[in-house]
Write a protein that binds this ligand. Structure first.
Ligand code: SF4
Length: 373
């Protein structure tokens, strides 16, 4: 049995969780070959008790998400149906955006994620907003702007840059069937690659996302998306796992297979050894989340939002330097990406105390032990 599997077996929240022994052995081997274990950052408001006076408050206030179309989206993809936009603050005109941003800054915002629903070509129509974005950056230079770009041409990418956007985020889809069937979109995989290429050619920090299990819960174009991203070397990559709460009854999504996701993590780490690889907060809850998070720690991902219980302990026992950021949603909303400028962002906490705190919170599940696949 690999040393890492033995370590995992000693961690109480991993009791009864099925892990793939062969996959863990490969992850351990990768770590052995790549040298010293890297630092890992965890993001969650439940670390708040460990926050210093400098880092406090929930990321939601610090990083509001604003939608230029409110809750409207022409694509209504099968996994989302525009529901992702609903909790965002609407700013349907440039004047609204200026007002909302001023209000948010007065309430303590440090930056925003600017998003919106797509048109039928998977473009968010920011055209009328660039002058306002420029005005925001000129008036509040420290205020960070992460833009959910969707698909762009070169001219649009340059306008986003010239407006003063800090970070550009887009989903990269690597399978034509997924584009056609899940997104109902008449665009090509190549359009996603071109958009990424155009964004990377600007000064923007570019952070592509890959949604794992996007093809009705199956991994289909994810490896191709990884290959596309590898060709263009962005600033960071965010991986999320599909949460198909809104899937229509006639097109249900399966829960993605955690072991396959673990294998994808390992491949992504190998393909992008020098690019920060982050696990965003979207992923299914329960046992599958524990499996996914354990694989993320062992595959060497650099950051995890809202980690499952026991992950701090697992990372610590695998000799990784642990940092925590006591905020929510910070990866999705750009905090991590923009904080990349500051390699020491996050708190270096007393891990022993944090693990003791986690243990106190936990309710015992019963001594079943890690199940080896
Ligand atoms: S384009 Fe984006 S916001 Fe619109 S339905 Fe699809 S995933 Fe949701």
């Amino acid at each position: 049995m690999s040393a890492w599997l033995e370590i995992a077996q000693q961690i109480e929240p991993l009791e009864g969780v099925v892990l793939d022994a062969a996959l863990i052995a490969k992850m351990e081997q990768r770590q052995f070959e790549s040298g010293a274990p890297s630092r890992i950052r965890f993001y969650t408001p439940s670390f708040k008790t460990y926050a210093s006076s400098e880092i406090s408050g929930c990321g939601k206030n610090a990083w509001p998400a604003i939608s230029i179309t409110g809750g409207e989206c022409k694509l209504a993809c099968d996994h989302c149906k525009a529901k992702i936009l609903e909790p965002m603050i609407p700013a349907r005109t440039p004047q609204d955006l200026w007002r909302v941003v001023n209000e948010q800054i007065a309430a303590g915002a440090k930056g925003m994620l600017l998003s919106g629903g797509s048109n039928h070509r998977n473009e968010v129509e920011y055209g009328p907003y660039y002058a306002t974005i420029r005005r925001i950056k000129d008036t509040f230079p420290a205020f960070k702007i992460a833009l959910h770009t969707a698909l762009v041409d070169l001219d649009t990418a340059r306008r986003m840059q010239d407006a003063g956007t800090d970070a550009a985020m887009m989903d990269v889809i690597g399978a034509q069937d997924t584009i056609t069937q899940v997104y109902h979109l008449k665009r090509k995989v190549d359009d996603f690659e071109r958009a990424l290429e155009y964004l990377v050619s600007t000064q923007l920090k570019v952070v592509p996302h890959i949604v794992l299990g996007l093809h009705y819960g199956r991994l289909l174009g994810e490896w191709n998306a990884l290959e596309i991203i590898r060709r263009h070397q962005p600033s960071a990559v965010v991986l999320v796992v599909v949460m198909p709460f809104y899937a229509p009854a006639h097109r249900p999504f399966a829960t993605p297979d955690a072991h396959e996701i673990g294998r994808f993590f390992l491949d992504a780490r190998a393909a992008l050894p020098d690019i920060p690889l982050l696990l965003g907060c979207a992923r299914p809850p329960g046992r599958v989340k524990v499996q996914i998070d354990a694989y993320a720690v062992m595959a060497g991902l650099n950051g995890i939002a809202h980690p499952a219980d026991g992950m701090v302990e697992l990372a610590t026992r695998l000799q990784r330097e642990v940092r925590v950021t006591p905020s929510c949603c910070s990866i999705a909303l750009g905090d991590e990406v923009l904080a990349l400028e500051n390699a020491d962002a996050g708190l270096q906490i007393d891990v022993t105390k944090l693990i003791a705190h986690e243990r106190m919170r936990r309710t015992a599940i019963g001594g079943i032990g890690v199940v080896v696949k």
